[in-house]
Design a protein around this ligand. Sequence first.
Ligand SMILES: *Cc1c(COP(=O)(O)O)cnc(C)c1O
Length: 479
Amino acid sequence: MKLIFEKGQEGHGLGLLPECDVPKVSLSRTRRKPPVLPHVSENELTRHYTALAKRVHGMNDGFYPLGSCTMKYNPKINEEMAALPGFTDLHPLQPVETAQGALRVLKETEEAICEITGMDRMTLQPAAGAHGEFTGLLLIKAYHKSRGDFGRTKIIVPDSAHGTNPASSVMAGFTVVNVPSDENGCVDVEALRAAVGPDTAGLMLTNPNTVGIFDKNILEITKIIHEAGGQCYYDGANLNAVMGVVRPGDMGFDVIHVNLHKTFSTPHGGGGPGSGPVGCKAHLAAFLPGPCVEKSDEGLILRKPAQSIGRVRGFYGNFLVVVRALTYIQTLGKEGIPEAAKHAVLNANYMMARLKDSYHMAYDTICMHEFVMNLSELKKETGVSAMDIAKGLLDHGIHPPTMYFPLIVHEALMVEPTETETKDTLDEAIGVFIQLAELARTQPEELLSAPHVTPVGRLDEVGAARKPVLRWTPEEQDI
Ligand SMILES: *Cc1c(COP(=O)(O)O)cnc(C)c1O
């Protein structure tokens, strides 16, 4: 398929503006040459992007069980609310007296998510989960520093953690200490006990964890960290499994992030805006990024917390993602939120139970919102890998599960169906998974060369990762 830059020709399109009839003025900072813009008509333009959109697999195309990403249906009412001119036409520098409605959205979202997570205060600034992790770790750092406790340089991270956890720890200036998981995929409590000390700044953990299991020792784990003088950080990316059912605050966590684009339903996956609010218990609130929305006699105002770590993003975060999240929370309500979590868990367990005879489960236990399969045996037996099964799914209009993650499971496929799929869709997908396992045993070559019906076949994945071509440069262009 051609790029938009390679389409059209001189004279197509660009006819909307009349000829300039006022004297031309030169700006001081201009390009040396005019930008290379495609000359395409409106019709060519529309067709180009429609063709591109048809090649994408999104939530509205079909099943999307991408583990740990919570690709659930995003109710269209969220979009309607986020498109209200009262929200979209706001200017971020507008005086706060004229933006009380927007401040109320921020405040009510903060309060709702604090209630869901068991936290006291929250910033809505961070732009995504990883950005929230970084922010939360800076809060922990500021807290130790404010107490004159300068020796706490280490963050403990389980070996099952999402890659962003160790990465954020290092970015925030900490050293990472790995703790192993036990045979149930949970934190090895004895190893944790041995790892803590006067240099422990904190622990970063997601519960349910990345293998889809709720760590039943969580109270013991957070106690060990607190007794060692550390703080507990909850990676809330998996909150969809437990929202409205249990609260990280009650599990003993001091600081959390949630991914509004996962749990609270904003379209994501195509690089769209996300939001990773960070919540904390009262003892950390003074360090939150500013400004925060506060209630006062003059209505809602913006104020920077006393010992704020400073801004982590321009203005107030991705505001329209927050509008979507608040709409989602209010439309589901107190009953709907735990119900959604329970259905997410039910759907995952239903799929897991029905796939057990065809695939080896990494942990043969009741799962939370997702489960992980280990395809090592299948690969040994047939030569068909997790990657080949994933490619086979593409031929059936199903987005592959997360592959080769978490790293502690070999040939991993991690499936998260979410609560918004019907039993019919799950049954259809289960049928496809079973059919592919049979195909691996009878005609493995079919899978080794899959996909067969997608616009492109097997790609050179190594080449794409090592030598990506991300930019189109016209000949003799001088930028
Ligand atoms: C998605 C995810 C993150 C990172 O969140 P982003 O919004 O993608 O930055 C962190 N931890 C876990 C467990 C996740 O699934």
